[in-house]
Design a protein around this ligand. Sequence first.
Ligand SMILES: [Zn+2]
Ligand SMILES: [Zn+2]
Ligand SMILES: [Zn+2]
Length: 145
Amino acid sequence: MIPEPADLLRQHGLHVTAQRLAVLRAVSTHPHTTADGVTEAAGAEIGAISRQAVYDALAVLAEKGLIRRIEPSGSPALYETRVADNHHHLICRVCGRVVDVDCAIGSAPCLTPSDDMDYEIDEAEVIYWGRCPECRARARAASQD
Ligand SMILES: [Zn+2]
Ligand SMILES: [Zn+2]
Ligand SMILES: [Zn+2]
């Protein structure tokens, strides 16, 4: 059973507002989307919503652990609601497409440093970079011309 977005907000001690609900739903239906993407999707649902309101809602939802922020280098931050597991991302260098991949190990941190320098480590950030199947196929087709 997936809890209702309003219940999720309450369970995390947040007041339920139309804007937070719309932002949470937008992230849930558009995984790995940018704040601009969220603004567009949330706006389509509840009418005008300011970028600042979206940023505020994203910040509080991320802080409370309802959404996860991914920050690939060279890209604006991306947001998703899949937070309950330690999954990683494959990102296409060509078209920027992002997909989820389960962690091969399981719980975080799934990599062990050669020396932890006495840090208490709770996460290893893993992003796999490469080319997606579509971009590979396009490159193959182009090379055959
Ligand atoms: Zn691609
Ligand atoms: Zn993901
Ligand atoms: Zn892993």
